[in-house]
Design a protein around this ligand. Structure first.
Ligand SMILES: [Zn+2]
Length: 265
């Protein structure tokens, strides 16, 4: 017997739009959660517990104040209790992560271990980039979470052996290059340098394989220089986690695009 699932085109279109809207909402909700988490980690608060509160008046926020995007628009970007303006940064990241979630699913076409890993990474990368930008430190908890995502999803990849071996080799090579580079920079500027970005890159290369790592390194170097110049011009500590995060997201998108236009490569 030959089973073929064929939905009418109209239904397929409806299901596609439904899934994309749903993934946008999930992206916005996760962005709301992770921006709050990053903010708490940076300020040394307990990230698991307690209600969110207004940064100006300290009033505890109710559930209706916490809907991503919707609450911000409904309250016109102001605190319901004291009327102070809430910066639009979180709103922007909620929209961006929503779009990234929707784009990732639309590009990949179906849900598998690679998509679950990509979506989880996108959430964690947003969190650690914000933490690095605000404090200059990439919290180890985020790196541990990235490793957990790899361990939990690697076994479900169809090409598990190739994926794991390529990832480990790419991680070791990029890690070595970055560690040497960081040490040289440390000698030149004669001050203590942090290996946080090296550790971050090593964790992320595990997901990319050879081709993805090459893309990530090229994009990462270009964006890294751009971010370093922006930080210098603003006279603030150089934060490279956002550059590395964007490079890895570019590499993940590149992998999906490559799989779509040239599946055999
Ligand atoms: Zn307030």
């Amino acid at each position: 017997m030959n089973f073929t699932f064929s939905y009418p085109l109209y239904d397929m279109l409806f299901i596609g739009i439904y899934l994309i809207v749903l993934s946008f909402i999930f992206g916005a909700v996760f962005a709301s959660f992770i921006t709050c988490t990053a903010w708490r980690v940076v300020r040394g608060e307990d990230w698991k517990m307690g209600h969110s509160h207004c940064d100006t008046c300290g009033h505890e926020l109710s559930t209706t104040d916490l809907f991503p995007i919707v609450s911000y628009v409904a309250l016109k970007g102001k605190c319901r209790y004291c009327g102070s303006k809430v910066p639009p940064r979180d709103l922007i990241f909620e929209i961006l992560l929503g779009l990234l979630f929707a784009g990732t699913l639309a590009l990949h076409g179906f849900v598998d271990a690679a998509v679950v890993a990509a979506l989880t990474l996108e959430v964690l990368l947003l969190g650690l980039s914000l933490a690095d930008w605000d404090s200059g430190v990439i919290p180890d908890g985020f790196l541990a979470a990235i490793l957990v995502v790899w361990i939990m999803t690697v076994g479900f990849r169809p090409d598990v052996q190739k994926f794991a071996i390529e990832g480990v080799i790419a991680s070791a090579c990029v890690g070595l290059l970055m560690a040497v580079g960081t040490a040289i920079v440390g000698k030149i500027i004669r001050s203590k340098v942090s290996y946080g970005t090296t550790k971050l890159a090593m964790c992320l290369m595990l997901f990319l394989g050879f081709k993805g790592s090459v893309v990530a390194v090229i994009v990462g170097v270009v964006l890294g220089v751009a971010f370093a110049l922006v930080c210098k011009s603003k006279k603030r500590k150089v934060s490279l986690a956002p550059a590395i995060s964007l490079a890895v997201i570019a590499a993940l998108i590149f992998k999906d695009v490559l799989a779509m236009i040239a599946p055999a490569v």
